[in-house]
Write a protein that binds this ligand. Structure first.
Ligand code: CAO
Length: 505
């Protein structure tokens, strides 16, 4: 048994043990819109502890030389597993407390795992893209000094097995000395091409290595198959002159017309094989949510909105908002109008329990918006829209879009929604059948704003800006008439945006 603190220090040890357990429980620190999780060496199973940690099991990292198992602790929201998105360290790296170790993706959020210790990384227990379970060892860290010890089991047994760091380091993609910034896809690409990220000159932000950098690097290093560029089509602008033949002239052999051979279209060779891979990360969440949504009998309601006045209104507002540093699309108006209409139809801002036995009318209008991100479909929400100005909504939407683009939407942004909008029209299309996100009870999908002919009050055909809206509501608790009345009110606000001023709070 390795006694780190001697019996004399038992009292001090117990006090430390108590504080340490509290410290571990309070590790979830929100940082810049996402969680940072610090993980205890004894793993989450020791957190709830009324049980005392054996006195030899804790330490101040600066003093001891031992190999500690660094567990992935419970990161909340019932998350049991995460996908490793990116390692920020490699075997052999020295880390300090609070240094970022890796980025993980749960089905709800992106989380940075930071170190609890000063020490040297001995083993990374997962590769990028692997699924890591909470409560299992994530990393082995040797705290300062040379002697390595295996983490002792709960009964206090220990072993002296040394780490296999050499093996590990040879299989790593990372570099010694400093961290290379790159997305998992780029790391994978580098790995597949057997190149070290450290050898590649990154051209992205803060030296981040991009796909193009890998390709450029590959180009310089070995012969790459040149991109297949089809030759420009030959355009015959003038027909070659035909020989003039008089009908009386005896037929002679006609000169051969030049044969114009169309250029051969080079298509990329179809080589490759079917690829089967596990459904992970955000898609896995989509499987769960959408499967649960299938249990809801939806009521569909469709209408069209004359957006002509709003298009003009937005044109003016866009300039004004930009002067204040905010991008202003139609969404902030759509979202505010939803909240204003929800005040009259609170049942549409409710949630039902799994068996649909209880309904909860939500006080806050946390309006979710389907977002197409590089990681997949996410639905962050804007909290308390009922209390926000349209400009504040625009500003929050900008923030969410930046986080979404960076793959950094956190649990805070992704949970607690009460009603959702899906602006598929920003990509295209006229109608969509949106799927209700349980436990919410309604969702709207917006089509593309199109210029279409419509009759004016004099019966003349005029060009109008038209957008279709498709609502889905949980028909177990929402009557079709309620959905229709809500839609009419929302539509009235959008068709006459200045009327919103009267009801704005
Ligand atoms: N019709 C016409 N133009 C539209 C439009 C619409 N329905 N919606 C947005 N636009 C315009 C915007 O006004 C903006 O124009 P400007 O450049 O002139 O300002 C441009 O298209 C780009 O808008 P945007 O997409 O950046 O911003 P947004 O606020 O309109 O939408 C968001 C934000 C997050 C909803 C959107 O980016 C998005 O991800 N949409 C896809 C949603 C989706 O995937 N739904 C399906 C879910 S089910 O799988």
């Amino acid at each position: 048994m390795h006694c780190i603190l001697g019996p004399k220090n038992m009292a001090a040890a117990r006090t430390f043990s108590k504080h340490w357990r509290q410290f571990c429980k309070l590790r979830q620190v929100r940082q810049s819109g996402r969680y940072t999780v610090l993980t205890g060496r004894n793993g989450p199973q020791s957190f709830p502890g009324t049980q005392h940690l054996p006195y030899h099991r804790f330490q101040t990292s600066a003093k001891l030389n031992e190999l500690v198992n660094f567990y992935l602790s419970d990161i909340g929201e019932g998350i049991r597993e995460v996908q490793i998105k990116e390692w920020y360290v490699k075997v052999g790296d020295h880390v300090k407390q609070f240094d970022a170790l890796c980025e993980v993706q749960s089905d709800k959020a992106s989380v940075t795992i930071t170190s609890r210790y000063d020490g040297t990384i001995k083993k990374l227990c997962y590769d990028v893209d692997d699924i890591a379970q909470t409560g299992k060892v994530l990393v082995e860290i040797e705290t300062s000094g040379g002697k390595t010890l295996e983490e002792r089991s709960d009964d206090g047994q220990s072993s002296d097995n040394s780490s296999s760091s050499d093996d590990e380091s040879s299989s790593m993609q990372e570099i010694r000395g400093h961290k290379v910034l790159a997305t998992p896809a780029v790391r994978k690409m580098a790995k597949e091409n057997k190149i070290k990220l450290s050898d590649v000159q990154g051209s992205g932000k803060e030296g981040r290595v991009l796909k193009e950098d890998i390709l450029r690097h590959l180009g310089g290093e070995r012969k790459v198959t040149p991109e297949i560029v089809p030759p420009p089509p030959t355009v015959q602008t003038q027909a070659p002159p035909r020989p003039q033949i008089s009908p009386l002239t005896p037929p002679t052999a006609l000169p051969q017309e030049p044969v114009v051979v169309p250029p051969k279209i080079q298509t990329p060779p179809v080589i490759g094989k079917d690829v089967t891979e596990p459904i992970r990360g955000i898609r896995r969440a989509m499987v769960k949510t959408m499967t649960a949504a299938q249990a809801i009998p939806p009521f569909g309601y469709y209408d069209e909105i004359d957006m002509t006045a709003l298009v003009k209104f937005r044109r003016d507002m866009k300039v004004k908002a930009l002067e204040r540093g905010v991008k202003f699309s139609y969404m902030p108006v759509f979202i505010k109008a939803v909240s204003m209409a929800l005040r009259h139809f609170p049942i549409l801002n409710s949630s039902v329990d799994a068996k649909c036995e209880n309904i909860t009318y939500k006080a806050s209008h946390n309006i979710g918006l389907a977002m197409d991100t590089k990681d997949g479909l996410l639905v962050p929400n804007i909290k308390n829209v009922q209390a926000l100005t349209i400009f504040e909504i625009a500003s929050e939407l900008n923030r969410l879009q930046v986080l979404g683009d960076a793959g950094k939407l956190g649990t805070e942004e992704l949970t607690g929604g009460t009603f959702s909008l899906s602006n598929i029209g920003s990509i295209g299309g006229t109608y969509a059948r949106p799927v209700i996100l349980p436990p919410e009870v309604a969702i709207g999908a917006l089509g593309r704003i199109q210029t279409l002919p419509r009759f004016d009050e004099n019966g003349s055909v005029v060009a109008r800006h038209i957008m279709a809206v498709s609502w889905s509501a949980d028909h177990r608790v929402i009557e079709g008439a309620t959905m229709a009345r809500f839609s009419n009110m929302w539509k009235a606000y959008l068709e006459n945006p200045t009327s919103m001023i009267l009801d704005l709070k």
